[in-house]
Design a protein around this ligand. Structure first.
Ligand SMILES: NC(=O)c1ccc[n+]([C@@H]2O[C@H](COP(=O)([O-])OP(=O)(O)OC[C@H]3O[C@@H](n4cnc5c(N)ncnc54)[C@H](O)[C@@H]3O)[C@@H](O)[C@H]2O)c1
Length: 254
C-alpha cells in the first residue's frame, strides 16, 4: 500500500477526478476527509470505501468559504490526529463565452471557487502539515494555464494563478519538509466536460475537437489523474516541488 496510514484532505472529492483520487487513496491505505458541496453524493462515499483498506469521511464544504475549509482541515486533525496531504481539487468550469460578454458575476464566481478556494486550502493546510512534521500539497490546475482554445478567460486566469501560488508555496516551505505541486490535466472525461458538451451548439463536434487537440486522440480518465496525484502526494516524488505535472495525452507538447 503506497499511502498506508496517511491522512488526506480532498476538496471536490464527491465527483470526477476528486472522487477517483479519494477511492485510490483509500485503496492504498489512506484515511481521507472529503469536502464537497454535493451532499447527496458525498455522503455515499464512506459506504463505497467500506471494504477498502483505508477509509473516507465526508464533510459538506464550499471551498469559496474560508470557514468551511478551516473546518475541513480541523476535522482531519480532530478525527485522525494529523494531516499529511491535501489535494485542492474543487473547481468549476466557465461556460464558453466571448471575453466581452463575460460579466463580473461569472468572472468572480469562477475565481472564488478555483482560485480563492485553492488559496484557502493551502492557507489552512500549511499549519496542520507543519504540526505533522511535514507533508504535501497538490493543487489541481489545468492545461489551461498553458494552452487554451478561447472563450474561457476567467477559467484560464484562475488556473494560471493556481500555478503561481504553487511555486510561491513551494519556495516558502522547501526547507520545512512541505512540498507543493500541481497537476495540469488535459481534457478529462468527468461531469465537468459532460456539462460543457451539453451546453455546446454541436456536442459531437465539441467531442471530436477534444480528441483532435489531444495527440493521444482521446479524453483522459479520472483514474489516470488520481495516479498522478498519488505520485505527487507520496514520498515517490520526494525531490519534486513547485512543478505542474501535465497529465494531458500530449496536448501541450503540440
Ligand atoms: N475535466 C477536465 O477536463 C479538467 C481539466 C483540467 C482541470 N480540471 C480541474 O479538475 C478539477 C476537478 O474537476 P472535474 O473535471 O473532476 O469536475 P467535476 O465537476 O466532475 O467534479 C468537481 C467536484 O467539485 C465539487 N465542487 C464544485 N464547486 C465546489 C465548491 N465550491 N466547494 C466544494 N466542492 C465543489 C463538485 O460538487 C464536484 O464533486 C477542477 O478544479 C477542474 O477545474 C478539469
Amino acid at each position: 500500500m503506497r499511502l498506508d496510514g496517511i491522512v488526506a484532505v480532498i476538496t471536490g472529492g464527491a465527483g470526477g477526478m476528486g472522487r477517483s483520487t479519494a477511492l485510490l487513496f483509500a485503496r492504498e491505505g489512506a484515511r481521507v476527509v472529503v469536502g464537497d458541496v454535493d451532499e447527496a453524493v458525498g455522503a455515499s462515499l464512506a459506504d463505497e470505501a467500506a471494504d477498502l483498506p483505508g477509509e473516507i469521511r465526508y464533510r459538506p464544504c464550499d471551498v469559496s468559504r474560508e470557514a468551511d475549509i478551516a473546518a475541513l482541515v480541523a476535522e482531519a486533525e480532530e478525527h485522525y490526529g494529523r494531516l499529511d496531504t491535501i489535494f485542492n481539487n474543487a473547481g468549476i468550469e466557465q461556460p464558453v463565452t466571448p471575453t466581452p460578454e463575460v460579466g463580473e458575476g461569472l468572472f468572480r464566481q469562477v475565481i472564488d471557487t478555483n482560485l480563492l478556494g485553492t488559496f484557502f486550502g493551502i492557507k489552512h493546510a500549511l499549519p496542520a502539515l507543519e504540526r505533522a512534521g511535514g507533508g504535501t500539497i497538490v493543487n489541481n490546475s489545468s492545461v489551461s494555464a498553458f494552452a487554451n482554445v478561447g472563450g474561457n478567460i476567467a477559467y484560464a486566469a484562475s488556473k494560471g494563478a493556481v500555478m503561481s501560488m504553487t511555486r510561491v508555496v513551494a519556495i516558502e516551505y522547501a526547507r520545512r519538509n512541505i512540498r507543493c505541486n500541481a497537476i495540469n490535466p488535459g481534457v478529462i472525461d468527468t461531469g465537468m466536460n459532460q456539462r460543457n458538451k451539453a451546453l455546446a451548439d454541436d456536442p459531437e463536434a465539441m467531442e471530436r475537437r477534444w480528441s483532435e487537440i489531444t495527440p493521444m486522440g482521446r479524453m483522459g480518465t479520472g483514474d489516470e489523474i488520481a495516479e498522478a496525484v498519488l505520485f505527487l502526494a507520496s514520498p515517490a516524488s520526494s525531490f519534486i516541488t513547485g512543478v505542474g505535472l501535465l497529465v494531458d495525452g500530449g496536448r501541450v507538447a503540440t
